[in-house]
Design a protein around this ligand. Structure first.
Ligand code: DA2
Length: 288
């Protein structure tokens, strides 16, 4: 099993994550809290109340976890393609796989990464939703003192299953959308590259960026539900399950609720995924 894809996936995912985290914090807050009038209002309030640090809440944990999650995604994707088409990463430019194979491999990667991502994503969302300013005398202490304390508190209160809250919604979100992600990337690369050639860096940046946007547009409805399930019973009301969360969110806030965070998600997706794919392709190319 080729291991370079796992390592390249890890490094490229971490680079993309740092770039996209401030956008991600605004997105999570818009999706789960009703106190903001829009993106700008959320950014201004976050900055005033919590300074620049507020945008980077909950980042240390995803940085550590991206090692696992992105390497599982890219490693499983590439190895699934190897199993389906008997071609290695290097051979795929000369013998491109069919889009059906790319889609199946992407869905497989998405499905497996969702389970690795679930506990890390839960902790990230819980920390991002803590709007208390850091270390201000007299202000109430935040519920969680950091990622480890957050993980331990959830574990103590709900057991190991508690750490997988929202995992179903996350799996439903990621399985098909990661198929879409890799198909879009491959399709765009092939449109702008001569047969058998390696795509230029510009092509990889654009194809990666648009793959990110397309997949996140498709993922946003379930992303909203996932974030609400993860916050259920805290700042949110508790839900009877995924379907109950969907129906009651739509009843109370209209169908527009499923597109909350869409703009910020798309704005974040372009740079994050452009950088992720560029570094992934370059790392694999330099390792031969
Ligand atoms: C639509 N979905 C779930 C994705 N495209 N997932 C791939 C993640 C890539 C990058 N780390 C990101 O956070 O955008």
């Amino acid at each position: 099993m080729p291991a370079e894809e796992f390592v390249a996936g890890w490094i490229s995912g971490a680079l993309g994550l740092v770039l996209g985290h401030p956008f991600d914090t605004v997105k999570v807050r818009l999706q789960t809290q009703t106190t903001y009038r829009g993106i700008v209002d959320c950014m201004v309030k976050t900055y005033r109340h919590e300074s620049l640090l507020g945008f980077f809440k909950g980042m240390s944990f995803p940085i550590a976890s991206i090692a696992v999650v992105n390497s599982v995604l890219f490693g499983v994707y590439s190895n699934a393609l190897l199993a389906l088409t008997a071609t290695s990463h290097q051979e795929r430019r000369a013998q491109p796989p069919s889009y059906t194979h790319v889609f199946i491999a992407g869905c497989t990667g998405g499905f497996l990464q969702a389970y690795c991502l679930a506990p890390f994503d839960l902790i990230k969302v819980r920390l991002q939703n803590q709007t208390e300013p850091r270390a201000k005398p007299g202000s109430p202490p935040p519920r969680y003192r950091g990622p480890m304390h957050c993980a331990a508190s959830i574990f103590q209160a709900e057991g190991p299953r508690g750490l997988f809250r929202g995992a179903w919604a996350l799996t439903l979100r990621d399985t098909p959308t990661l198929g879409i992600y890799f198909v879009t990337y491959e399709w765009l690369c092939r449109q702008f590259t001569l047969d058998g050639q390696t795509p230029s860096s510009g092509t990889v940046l654009v194809a990666g960026g648009f793959a990110g946007i397309t997949s996140w547009v498709a993922a946003t409805p379930l992303d909203v539900i996932k974030s609400r399930m993860q916050m259920a019973g805290l700042k949110q009301r508790a839900y009877g399950g995924l379907l109950d969360c969907m129906v009651s969110s739509a009843r109370q806030e209209g169908l527009g609720v499923f597109f909350r965070g869409l703009t910020i998600n798309s704005a974040r997706a372009f740079p994050v995924n452009a950088v992720t794919f560029l570094s992934y392709e370059h790392l694999l190319l330099s390792w031969g």
